[in-house]
Design a protein around this ligand. Sequence first.
Ligand SMILES: O=S(=O)([O-])[S-]
Length: 165
Amino acid sequence: MSVTAQEVFASASAPGAAASHRVLDDARAKAVAASLNYAGGVSPKDAWDLVGSGVAVLVDVRTAEERAFVGQVPNTLHVPWASGTALTRNPRFVREFEQKVSKEQVVLLLCRSGKRSVLAAEAATKAGFNNVFNILEGFEGEIDAQLHRGNSDGWRYHGLPWVQD
Ligand SMILES: O=S(=O)([O-])[S-]
């Protein structure tokens, strides 16, 4: 069964436009203060709210295999930043990104733990996309001392919707 953010928000109270814009404005202000080369970072929960209220689209930049076998947020776009287990850089990333989203859209990038998505956000921003945000913590979260992910952060840790093939 697949559930979209829009469906969830149709039956729940969607956050107002003002709240959505406050989240994005805060992220932009922090990005400026930290001299980031992209619009900023948002939490997984804020990302889900922004997608659900139609303010933003989510682009997963992980590999096709990660999406299929680890799991993915339902009904999201996919533009891999890299491919294979060696994470070989996708030389067509910007071209593929341009085909999926417009420069006017607010775009939220998701990867495993929030590092690849920063690189992707920087590349997209350099190509003229000024509304590209990183989803902090990523889908799986940061690796811990036991070499496990997902015990303290990440999309799945926060109990947000996801599906698996
Ligand atoms: O996707 S990643 O940030 O773990 S390299």
